[in-house]
Design a protein around this ligand. Structure first.
Ligand code: ATP
Ligand code: MG
Length: 434
């Protein structure tokens, strides 16, 4: 039985959203919708199809695919036991693992590669701060079944197109090549030797990761460790012919497309499943949380989660961070306003007002219908506040003559007049003119 609040006694404390999880309210949500529509249009141009996978997945999916010694798996996952059946479940912290699981589960690659994209919430138990939340949102693409490097360049250039569509400048590309497992092993041995030789310079986290995941040490944000990191052996010096050729292929395609990039040898990304190409799009405009998009190639992932080997590459973009950039740039269009506002001073006119406004909406006009009665003056105040360009006044003598009064609210020079109540679709287009 649900718990009931007693009618007497102290008022219950107001309930609040979970810390680090935000409500997205109007008019802000209009910017989200505009962003999402811009993304969908981009995906259509590049031929990427939408995939929707569950928000909850079996915990082992993330443990296996991200690797045990990653920030996400070590300390950021919302994991719980399903009290109904004891299953270990996790709110997805990222999108790639679920998409690849779905591709394997449904044999999506049986007839060739697939280009996919998703949008939705992700969950990580981090310290909430600017640009870092516990529920946040990502757009991501995954190109599955293509070995690259052509498709590597394609997914990277999609990001550039998105920045352009959104009107964002100052987002820069950093690129690296992680090579293959064997090459990373050779580099890792040299790296561990280097770090061991300078053990006194390692912080506690680095000490802990020295043998479990030394590559991640290069990703440290600790300024005291920067000199040690600068002088560490570079992975690129351990790459073989094939990896180097792949990297050159990516760089060549980016050069051909006129996309500038910086090769960052310390760019390793958080997840263990990456191979060859990794990249990030960063900006100086967001303070410490300057990475807006990160991605790379994960050729080993499908096999890791029980499928046939299949190459893959993708990226994930933090929507909150991009929206903050948009707000700074001021390039998003203002929230949409209704075309017309229906003023109904007398409830007796309601049936005819409903017929006319429904006909107008059917013809594509955005009509806000006054609700809750009130004086003509009060209704006009609402009409004005709504931002509508026209007021439709269902009242007075006009109604008796089978007409509705149409009054401009924004443009003083626009003509005021009457229109027939019957056949509203015939004059609907006038209300759409700007
Ligand atoms: P960071 O270094 O900022 O923690 P990350 O490497 O953990 O990022 P990814 O796992 O690559 O991030 O996720 C892709 C993108 O998602 C990031 O570049 C960022 O824009 C966004 N993102 C990641 N974590 C958060 C978060 N907690 N809140 C908001 N956005 C996030
Ligand atoms: Mg992180």
């Amino acid at each position: 039985m649900p718990e009931h609040t007693p009618a007497t006694g102290p008022a219950p404390a107001p309930l609040r959203a979970v810390k680090g999880m935000n409500d997205i309210l109007p008019p802000d949500s209009a910017r989200w919708e505009w962003f999402e529509e811009t993304v969908r249009a981009l995906m259509r141009r590049y031929g990427y199809l939408n995939i929707r996978v569950p928000i909850v997945e079996p915990t082992p999916l993330f443990v296996r695919s991200l690797g045990e010694v990653t920030d996400i798996v070590e300390k950021e996952m919302y994991s719980f036991i399903d009290s109904m059946n004891g299953d270990a479940l996790t709110l997805r912290p990222e999108g790639t693992a679920g998409v690849v699981r779905a591709a394997v589960e449904h044999s999506m690659l049986y007839d060739g590669g697939k280009r996919l994209y998703y949008m939705g919430p992700m969950f990580r138990h981090e310290r909430p701060q600017r640009g870092r939340y516990r529920q946040f949102h990502q757009v991501g693409v995954e190109a599955l079944g293509y070995a690259g490097p052509d498709v590597d360049a394609e997914v990277i250039l999609m990001c550039r197109a998105l920045w352009r569509d959104l009107g964002l400048a100052d987002v820069r590309l950093e690129l690296n090549c992680l090579g293959q497992a064997g090459e990373r092993r050779a580099h890792r041995a040299a790296l561990v030797a280097h770090l061991e030789a300078h053990r006194e310079g390692l912080d506690a986290e680095a000490q802990r990761r020295l043998h479990s995941n030394p590559l991640r040490i290069l990703d440290t944000k600790n300024p005291a460790m920067q000199p040690l990191v600068e002088t560490a052996p570079k992975l690129i010096d351990y790459l073989g012919e094939a990896s180097l050729r792949h990297f050159e292929g990516v760089c060549g395609a980016l050069d051909a497309a006129g996309q500038a990039y910086r090769v960052n040898h310390r760019l390793v990304r958080g997840m263990d499943y990456y191979a060859l190409t990794v990249f990030e799009w960063t900006t100086d405009r967001l303070g410490a949380q300057g990475t807006v998009c990160g991605g790379g190639r994960y050729d080993g992932l499908a096999e890791l989660i029980g499928g046939k080997p299949a190459p893959g590459i993708g990226w994930g973009l933090g929507i909150e961070r991009v929206l903050e950039l948009l707000q700074q740039a001021g390039t998003a269009p203002p929230p949409p306003v209704p075309d017309a506002y229906a003023v109904v001073p007398d409830a007796a006119a309601l049936p005819v007002a409903v017929q006319v406004t429904e006909a107008l909406r059917g013809a594509g006009v955005a009509v806000l219908m006054h609700a809750g009665g009130g004086s003509m003056k009060a209704q006009f105040r609402r009409a004005d506040a709504s931002g509508a360009r026209w007021a439709l006044v269902f009242g007075g003598d006009e109604l008796g003559q089978g007409l509705v009064a149409v009054k401009p609210l924004r443009d003083a020079a626009a003509a005021q007049g009457t229109r027939p109540l019957a056949d509203a679709a015939a004059w609907a287009a006038e209300l759409l003119k700007r």
